[in-house]
Design a protein around this ligand. Sequence first.
Ligand code: SF4
Ligand code: SF4
Length: 367
Amino acid sequence: MIAGLRNKISKLESNGHYERIPVISLKITNECSLKCLHCSSDSGLPLHNELTLGEIQNLIDELAKIGVKRITLSGGEPTIRKDFWEILRYLDDAGIQVSLFTNGFLLDRNFVRRLNDFGVSGVRISVDGGVAKTHDEIRGVKGSFSKAMKAVKLCRESELMVLIVSVIMKNNISEIRKIIQLAEKNRVPAYFRRFHPVGRGLKNIGLMPSPEELKSVTSIITAYYGEELIGEMIKYLKLVGGWCYIGDRMCIEPDGNIALCPSLPLIMGNIRESSINEVWKRIKNSELCDMIRKRNIAGKCGSCPHIRICGGGCRADAYGLTGDILSEDPLCWNSPSEASLPILNALIMASAAFYEASYIDLKRGWC
Ligand code: SF4
Ligand code: SF4
C-alpha cells in the first residue's frame, strides 16, 4: 500500500498542482435503522422532501459534466433506499466511482456480491466499540455490532476494499486499542473520526472527548499507522496545504441542499434551485472558503508552524463549539511552540483517504 501511495505522491509532485475537482458526498436519504448518539445528520425517519430518483439521476449527469469521477454515498443509511441499485447503476453508467458509507445492517452475501459487481471502490463500515455492548449502546440497537462485523467479514472475503470507521467519543475512548485489534483480527484497516458538534452530536455534546482525552490516544493511533505511513501522509498534506478541504467539496443533502461539509450545516444552495455548476462556482468564489483554503485561521492556529500540515484542524468543530468558523480549533491540544506530533488532528481525519488511495486516485476524501 505504501509503495502505491508513494508513486501517487510523486506523480502529484511532478504535476506541480492539485486539480480542483470537487469532492462530493451524496446523502441519499435521512432514513436509518440505527439511532447513533453521535449522528451528525440526526438520522431516523426519511425527510418529507427527499430527492426523487429522477432528481438524483439529473444530479449525477451534472456531476459528470463538471468532471466528478468519484463520490461517497451516505445518509442516513444509503442502502435502505428502495432505488439504491438504480442509483448505483446510474453512477456506474456515468463513470463515477462510489465509496459507500454504511452501518452494514443490510449487507448479506448477495448484497456484497452486487456491490462488487458494480466495482464499488471502498466500503466504510461503522464500528464504534471494541466489544458488542459498547457499539450497540452507542448505535442504539442491540445486535448492530454483530451485523456490522458480519458485513466487514463478507466484504473482505469478496475482496472489496473495506475499512472499519470509528467515531472517537467518551464512551469508547478506552476501547481504541480493542477496535484496532478487531480490525487487525479481521485483516482490514481501521480509521478514526472526530465526534462533531452537529445533529445528535450537538444534542449529546457531553460525549465529545476533551483535547486531553484525544491527546491520550495519540500514541496508540500513531503506533498503529506506523512511521512509514505517517511519513507519507505528512508529505502529502504538505503538498496539498493541509487537511480540511472546505472549499474543495460539496455535501449534497437528501433534500438537495448543498453544504460545505457533511459536518458543517452551512448551506450554499439547493439543486432544485440552482445547477451544481452554479453552486460549485459560488463555493469557489466564496470569500469565506478562500480564507479557509488560505488557512486564515485565528487564535493559536494562526501562528502555528503546523498549519500547513493539519490545515488548522476542523472548521466544523470550530463553528459548532464557538460559532466562529475561523476560530482556532477548539479540540487541538497542541501548543504551537511544541515540536511534538500535533498532526493527529490531520491523521485522524485523513487516514481513510490514505487507505483508499492505495486503490484509487490519490485525492482528499472524507473526514
Ligand atoms: S476537517 Fe472538519 S470542517 Fe474540514 S472538511 Fe473535515 S469535517 Fe469538514
Ligand atoms: S496543530 Fe493545532 S494549533 Fe496548530 S494549526 Fe493545527 S489545530 Fe491549530
